[in-house]
Structure formats: C-alpha cells, structure tokens
Ligand binder design. Structure first.
Ligand code: PEP
Ligand code: MG
Length: 588
C-alpha cells in the first residue's frame, strides 16, 4: 500500500482518519442519438415523465433532509424545483427533441454542455460553483429516463468519502445520514454546496485535490486534514501518530470555540461590541448563530440570481429575505443589494465583456442601469422588513448623487407598496458600503445622507493600494495595516460617529484579531465576518481594556510602515496578552 500525500484546499477544518468510501459520478453519454421523427410525441412524453419523476424525487429528498438535519439544509431542493420548472430550460430540451429529433439523453447532455460553458466563463468562484445545481437537476432527469433500479442507498457511515465532485443533493443525502468521517474531492471550492454543508455539519473536508479518485482505491486508509488542506494515503505509523496529536489539539480548540461563542461580547472593562456574520446562502444562518453571530452583517444577495436559469421574481427574493429576517430575529440582517457585473457576471444577463471589470459596471452602478431588476429586489427587501430587523445596504457607492438616485427608486417602491396596502418597515435603515476610496474620503458628507456605513475592507484596500491580491506579482503589497489604510478607516469611523451614525466593518480585516483590536481602538463596535472567525475575534476583544487598545493604537498611528505597525501590535498586544489569542498551539 503506497504512502502518498495530496494537497488541496481545506474548506472545513478538522482531522479525521479511516477507511475509504468511493462514489462514482453519473456521466452524460457523449454519443448523440436520434429517434425516428414519427415518435416525437412518444419521446416528449418520455422526457416529461422523467421530469415528473424528478419532481417527486426532489420532493422526497426535501422531506427526508428536513427530517434528518433541519429545514435550513432542505432549502437547495426548493432551488432545484425552480430550475426544474424553468421555462427556458424546458423549452431548450423540448426544442431539441421536436426540431432535431435527438433522444432525451442527448438533449440533456447538450443543454448541460451549454450551461457548463456559460458557467465556466465566469471568473467569480462563488458564481461558478452554482453550476452544480443545474447539473444536479439535469442528472436527476437523466437517471429518471431509465427504469429505476431498486438499489439500496450506499452506506458511507464511518468512512471517508472520496469523490470526483458531490452534487448538492448527493452531498445533502450522504452527509445527512450522519457518520461520514471526512470528505476528499477532486473538484470544488470554498463556496460549493458540499463545502458549505460540510462546514455546518463540522465534517473535515479537502477539495480541489484534482486526482484523488485516481490515486485512492477502496482498500486504502486515509487521513484528511481539513485545516491545512491535505490528504494522506496509507500513512506510516510515525505520520499517523503526528496527526493523532494534531487531531487532539484541534478538538480542544474546537471545544474552546464553541464555549467562546456563548460568552457575552464585551471588552474586559465592559464595553459592548457586536460580532456579526457575512453569509452568502440562507443555509449558513444556523451555523452563523452557533458561532455567536449577533446578526447577519452582510448578506451577499448575488446567489439568488443563480437559483434559477431565468431572472428571479420578487417572490423568489422575498422567500429568501423573509427567511433571513425570521430566523435571525431579533438580531438585524443587513441585506446588500446585488454586487454583480464586472467579474461577477450573470449567466441570465448578457453582460458585455469590459476591458477593466474591477473599475466597470459593477454593484450599484449595475443596479442603477438595470432599474427593473433593482426595483424588484428593493420591493422584496421592503416586504421582508415587517419585523423591523432588516437593513438595506448598497455596494460600491462612489458619490452622493448615487444615494439620491437610490432613494428616489426606493421611495417609488415604497409608494407602490403603500398604495397596494402591503406592509413594510417605513424606517428601514439605509446604509452604504464604504469600499471605493472616493467614498471613504467624503465619509463626512455621506454620513449625512444615510443611516449607517459598512466598510468593505476587501475592496477598499485593493482600490486604495491599487493591488489585486489574487495577482501573485503584486499581492505582497496588499497590507491591511498600511498606515494609509489605518488613517482612512479611522477617518471613516470618526465621520460616521460625528453624525451619530452606526458603522460596521464587513471586510476580512474584521476577522483578524490584531486588526480587530485596532478597529476597536478606532471606536468600531460592529464587526462582521465569516462565521468561523467570530469566536477568535470575540476572545481577543474580551481580553482587552479600551484604555490599552486606545494607547497602543495611538502609538501605532505614528509609525511609518505596515511592518512597523504589525511588529508593534504583536509586541504590545499579542506578546503581552497571549490569553487573548485563540489559536492552535501557542503563539510564537
Ligand atoms: C468587501 O469588499 O470588503 C466586501 C465585504 O464585499 P465583497 O467581499 O463581497 O466584495
Ligand atoms: Mg466589496
């Protein structure tokens, strides 16, 4: 048995060891087959019957998953029903049957290929991953064209699941049985359904391994390290022992995380702060709350556009926002209007390629050019606001005029709802993302126009420093602690507070304990981040007094470089207060 180590992307932390369970994917036949023209009605009937069987199957799965692991995980099946009923999809399939007389199997393969090409052209990783929902539905129809075999579902309990990819419904079904020790996939990314589900069920997972299914056989014994993104095939005893030690340490860390999640969010001297979660799918709500989120500080609404192959209706939006508002109540939910265009293209809309997408028709600029789409989204957000815990957040604001336009459209939507007697929160708070440097520089002016700010440091840093951090040539210049960034953020926070307005940070900077301490020193109280980082930040902020952070931060602001700032913070905060840092092992 050969000893091999494979590198991938760790998407759900933790370590597990055990035997292998390999699953084989369904592959669409590549041969194009035809039927005689006089049998067209028969073939259309066969396809429609398969669609109906698929509908029943999805319904059954939904009920089953709801009962096993909760309603929040059954949500994908509603999306799958929408895809199944999508008129464009159905029309393209039937057109191939009627006009070209290709068999249903071949028609499904062809339509699937078309979608695959569209999704592959998308640069944004999160959007790309949504292709799996379309594939999932098409695979189901494909399988339902044949007479179903009565095979018992495979039993993956007590084993490590190794597969090329997991379709959303496969992931839900296999993982909800319980007992899957870990997952290793050739494909996938951070935002695939399998990754999201694995994280919320605490199953160590590594994806993007490329050829694990080729290297692993059913007789192997594996270690999956979801923290560091490694899979080890047939480890010798010494390696096994090393990982057993790492596993024990990780378990202790995890227990600590869960404990910290329940503590009160206040500094050592009793100043309240609010940790919130950034999420992309409603399925993540439970996970976010369990890590101690006191609200959803950023709901990236883009995903709604990928639930179906046509544009989402007001009701599609509403179903998601209502669910968020209800499940997160009494905490607030900041719903950000779509941030698409540019690199985040939408398959439903033929968006023209732009020469410089990061500086192009993105986010609010896109919404203001596509007003009908924008109005639909705003009406749905308003309708979901009846419990008064919804806030609207506008991305990529650059100038005051945009706020004027946004407010005018919102007023129209409010007027429509009022005249139709549809209830909503008339005082729904309006906020803007501060993520374009120009907006940061006029924060004092913008603060008079809106109810709150949310500083998006991911974009703000990249635009202010002119650095694309995914570009290996220049990513070394991406420094959140660059003195220019600190000055800018301090100014924005002060500008909001001078007008008595709320200010939050929802960029990744809020998730780093040292940076979070600096932000606390600047006066920030609301920190929104990927849920798994909440306990880490909470522990850091709870272990410190305001007078300490204020002193350290004031001193840090006089330093010349990001490195000087970082070294100073490490010396004054990390080394002096090691108890504030929740980490695997001791700080070094
Ligand atoms: C940001 O830019 O910091 C942000 C939170 O928005 P996104 O990461 O969705 O662009
Ligand atoms: Mg952004």
């Amino acid at each position: 048995m050969e000893f091999t180590r494979l590198r991938g992307i760790g998407v759900s932390p933790g370590i597990a060891m055990g035997e292998v369970f390999l699953t084989a994917p369904v592959i669409f036949s590549q041969r194009k087959e035809y039927f005689p023209p006089h049998r067209v009605e028969e073939e259309v009937g066969r396809l429609r019957a398969a669609v109906e069987r698929t509908r029943e199957e999805i319904g059954r799965l939904k009920t089953e998953i709801e009962a096993r692991i909760g309603e929040e995980h059954a949500f994908i099946f509603e999306a799958h029903l929408l895809i199944l009923d999508d008129p464009t999809l159905r029309a393209s399939l039937e057109r191939l049957l009627r006009e070209e007389n290709v068999r249903s199997e071949s028609a499904l393969a062809e339509v699937h290929d078309g979608y695959r090409r569209v999704f592959e052209a998308i640069a944004d990783e999160y959007f790309k991953q949504r292709q799996s929902d379309v594939t999932d539905v098409l695979v189901k129809i494909y399988k339902n064209l044949a007479v179903p075999e009565a095979a018992p579902p495979p039993d993956s309990r007590g084993k490590i699941l190794v597969a090329r990819d997991l379709l959303p419904s496969e992931a839900a079904l296999l993982l909800s049985q319980g007992g899957v020790l870990a997952i290793a996939l050739d494909m996938g990314g951070q935002t695939s359904h399998a990754a999201i589900l694995a994280r919320s069920l605490d199953i160590p997972t590594v994806v993007g391994l490329r050829d694990a299914t080729v290297k692993v056989t059913g007789r192997d014994w594996l270690i999956v390290d979801g923290t560091d993104g490694e899979v080890i095939i047939n480890p010798p005893p010494a390696v096994r022992k090393e990982f057993q030690g790492k596993q024990a340490k990780y378990e202790a860390y995890r227990r600590e995380l869960r404990k910290v999640a329940k503590w009160r969010s206040e500094t050592l001297d009793g100043v309240r702060f609010i940790p919130m979660a950034n999420i992309e799918l409603p399925e993540e709500i439970g996970h976010a709350l369990s890590y101690g989120a006191e609200g959803i500080g950023l709901f990236r609404s883009e995903f709604i556009y990928l639930q179906s192959t046509t544009l989402p209706s007001e009701e599609d939006h509403l179903a998601v926002y209502r669910r968020l508002a209800e499940e997160v109540y009494p905490h607030p939910v900041y719903i950000r209007t779509i941030d698409i265009g540019g690199e985040k293209a939408l398959p439903q809309l033929r968006i023209e390629q732009e020469p410089n997408p990061a500086l192009g028709l993105r986010a609010i600029r896109f919404s203001l050019k596509n007003r009908e789409l924008f109005r639909t989204q705003l009406r749905a957000i308003l309708r979901a606001s009846v419990k008064r815990n919804v806030r609207i957040l506008f991305p990529m604001i650059t100038e005051v005029e945009e706020i004027g336009e946004v407010k005018a459209i919102l007023r129209e939507a409010q007027g429509d709802l009022e005249s139709q007697g549809v209830p909503f929160d008339p005082a729904v708070p309006l906020g803007v993302m501060i993520e374009v440097p120009a907006a940061a520089a006029i924060a004092d002016i913008l603060a008079r126009e809106v109810d709150y700010f949310s500083i998006g440091t991911n974009d703000l840093i990249q635009y202010y420093l002119a650095v694309d951090r995914s570009n290996d040539y220049v990513s070394y210049l991406y420094k959140p602690l660059h003195p220019s960034i600190l000055r800018l953020i301090r100014f924005v926070i002060a500008a909001a507070q001078a007008e008595g307005k709320d200010v939050a940070i929802c960029g990744e900077m809020a998730a780093d304990p040292l940076s979070a301490m600096v932000l606390l020193g600047f006066g920030l109280r609301t920190f929104s981040m990927n849920p798994i980082f909440i306990p880490r930040v909470k522990k850091a902020l709870r272990a410190i007094e305001m007078k300490t952070v204020r002193r350290v931060v004031n001193q840090a602001m006089s330093l010349r470089t990001a490195q000087e700032v970082e070294e100073y913070l490490i010396e004054k905060l990390l080394v002096k207060h090691p108890e504030a840092f929740l980490m695997l092992g001791r700080p070094s």
